[in-house]
Write a protein that binds this ligand. Sequence first.
Ligand code: FES
Ligand code: FES
Length: 167
Amino acid sequence: MDADITLTVDGRSRTLKVDTRTTLLDALRERLAVTSPKKGCDHGQCGSCTVLLDGRRHLTCLALAVAYDGAEIVTADGLAADRLDPVQEAFLEHDGFQCGYCTPGQVCSAVGVIDEAKQGHPSHVTDDLEGDVELSDDEIRERMSGNLCRCGAYAGILAAVRQVAGR
Ligand code: FES
Ligand code: FES
């Protein structure tokens, strides 16, 4: 069965007809040629398909596109539309990548993590619901733990997120 959906992707409204079994990741990559979200595991385990969906970081490989009709999606491409996002600049500065396959997902996740902390969203490390959550190194590691890096660039990723988080 097909359905018509409209997504705003990196600021551009896109309408498409999708099979209702199509994942958001496949809709982005194969139908809309938005390829910065990467297909790693395709099973919700690696984080390489992470985007910002209605302002929150979100895996796209387990999401059915039809369920997100009307959603606003920002990918790593969109974050770099006018100039690099501070998180992207920090990844460059701190060598937060090697092959780069995980990087778009890492960057989107890091942007989401910093925003979540500002809004006081709790994690397993901190259950503080009041105001800013300080992003300690353990807190950053915990919140970024859904994004795997096969190259092991974790030290640079941590340094980049730490810098943009303001410590
Ligand atoms: Fe989505 Fe791995 S491709 S979590
Ligand atoms: Fe290669 Fe992370 S930079 S997988």
